[in-house]
Design a protein around this ligand. Structure first.
Ligand code: AMP
Ligand code: GLY
Length: 431
């Protein structure tokens, strides 16, 4: 079968890396892809939101499966487009329908879903420009810090955590008057949950589900989790403190009710659910749903899945996930992101990258890279993720860091402390 992956980051290179190894994959295409995907698949200059161009590509290359990487095309209804177009109905599109994708596309909708299906999450209320005064009154009933979330997609920037009440009120007003455009026309105000974060990944066909490896990502640009938020500077899988007891609670209280909720509401969902969780004491709460895999979490989750990925995705589309078992590599996986100097603010592109051919015993997943005049150059903020596997995360991290030393480009930056908190967190949860 010919397969098309939509997207251009480290996540998509990881999907391509796994899918290219499958005996069920004949020709592999990535749109638009990066220099890493170009080395193992055919890149096509098609934008992920251009459904007509994607349709033409699928037909021209006799594509049998489309794996959607980012959330944008899902929120814009690519699964519905495929289901409605006669010529595309047999194509296995992996990703939820527009109604399913609203779990990520609207924070208010996600909260309503959780409330409806009794899924533990922070208490909340939502407000629009007509209810600013009520919003401010609601803030007065909460304790600091105050959590304000733009309802819609805001490129990962729409969540603000503010210490001061007056500042929170002013921020609410700014958000409701368009700070994040339409995305903040509605603002969700939430109770602050004090705990430790982890992510759980689920593959569902809308009826059945498989829990994939857990992961923890490091979102801030600076060491010690300081500074601006990024797409993610590194990740580790499994999460050492996600023991059997916690995972059982997560499955019973969160995963099952989520899949049952989708079923009850007759939401067509064949794809990944990325559940952002916070563990408060010993209890898990949902912070957010994403309707796709995470980046860089994919770079540590997929390499640990030993089961053929194409078979898994095919079973997802055919609603036969109950008939397949998922085999997980017991080893730990770590990834460290190498980024352009200045990221997540302004940065330069087009810097030559050297050393990728000298990497030993790690996998180089390209994110923002391209080839210009036969040279590998930077083409984004996050440039390369170096993933390693070993018997524990410390050994794996050592490999990632040893290999990163061999990479070079002008103004290259990476966090040297990925996983820094794990030992402490592990002790905190076990004693
Ligand atoms: P989100 O985009 O909803 O995942 O929020 C981004 C980040 O804000 C999360 O990864 C958490 O670190 C933090 N966060 C969101 N909601 C809460 C909450 N209710 N309590 C504490 N921290 C939160
Ligand atoms: N690493 C966080 C995300 O993919 O949303």
């Amino acid at each position: 079968m010919n397969i098309l992956i939509l997207g251009s980051g480290g996540r998509e290179h990881t999907f391509a890396h796994q899918i290219a190894q499958s005996e069920h994959c004949s020709k592999l295409f990535v749109a638009p892809g990066n220099a890493g995907t170009a080395a193992i698949a055919t890149n096509l200059p098609v934008a992920v939101n251009d459904f007509e161009a994607i349709q033409a590509t699928v037909i021209a290359h006799q594509i049998g499966m489309v794996v959607v990487g980012p959330e944008d095309p899902l929120v814009h209804g690519i699964a519905d487009y495929f289901a409605e177009e006669e010529a595309l109905q047999d194509v296995m599109l992996i990703g939820p329908s527009k109604r399913g994708a609203l779990l990520e596309g609207s924070k208010e909708r996600a909260k309503e879903f959780m409330l409806q299906h009794n899924i533990p999450t922070a208490a909340y209320a939502s407000f629009t420009s007509e209810s600013v005064a009520a919003g401010k009154e609601f803030l007065e009933t909460l304790q600091a810090p105050y959590v304000l979330k733009a309802d819609g997609l805001a490129a990962g920037k729409g969540v603000l955590i503010i210490q001061d009440l007056e500042e929170a009120k002013a921020e609410l007003e700014e958000m409701l008057s368009g700070k994040f455009g339409d995305a903040s026309a509605t603002v969700v105000i939430e109770e602050f949950l004090d705990g430790i974060e982890l992510s759980v990944f689920v593959l569902t066909d809308g009826q059945h589900y498989k829990i994939l490896p857990t992961a923890k990502d490091y979102k801030r640009i600076g060491e010690g989790d300081k500074g601006l938020n990024t797409g993610g500077m590194g990740a580790i899988s499994p999460v050492p403190f996600a023991d059997e007891t916690l995972m059982k609670k997560i499955e019973e209280r969160i995963v099952k009710p989520t899949v049952n909720g989708l079923k009850e509401e007759k939401i067509d969902y064949k794809g990944f659910v990325f559940i952002g969780l916070i563990k408060v004491g010993d209890e898990p709460f949902v912070i957010e749903y994403n309707v796709r895999m995470g980046d860089p979490e994919t770079e540590v989750v997929l390499p640990r899945i030993k089961t053929d990925l194409v078979s898994l995705l095919k079973a997802t589309f055919q609603q036969k996930l109950d008939a397949i078992s998922v085999e997980i590599d017991e080893r730990a996986a770590t990834t460290v992101m190498v980024v352009s100097g200045g990221y997540p603010e302004a940065y330069e592109k087009g810097k030559e990258i050297t050393g990728t051919d000298t990497i030993e015993d790690s996998i180089v997943f390209h994110a923002g890279t391209s080839v210009k005049e036969n040279k590998l150059v930077t083409n984004g903020g996050r440039v390369i993720a170096v993933t390693s596997l070993d018997e524990d995360y410390k050994k794996a991290l050592k490999k990632s860091y040893q290999n990163i030393e061999k990479l070079n480009f002008d103004k290259m930056y990476f966090r040297k402390d990925i996983g820094f908190d794990l030992e402490f967190l592990f002790q905190k949860t076990t004693c």
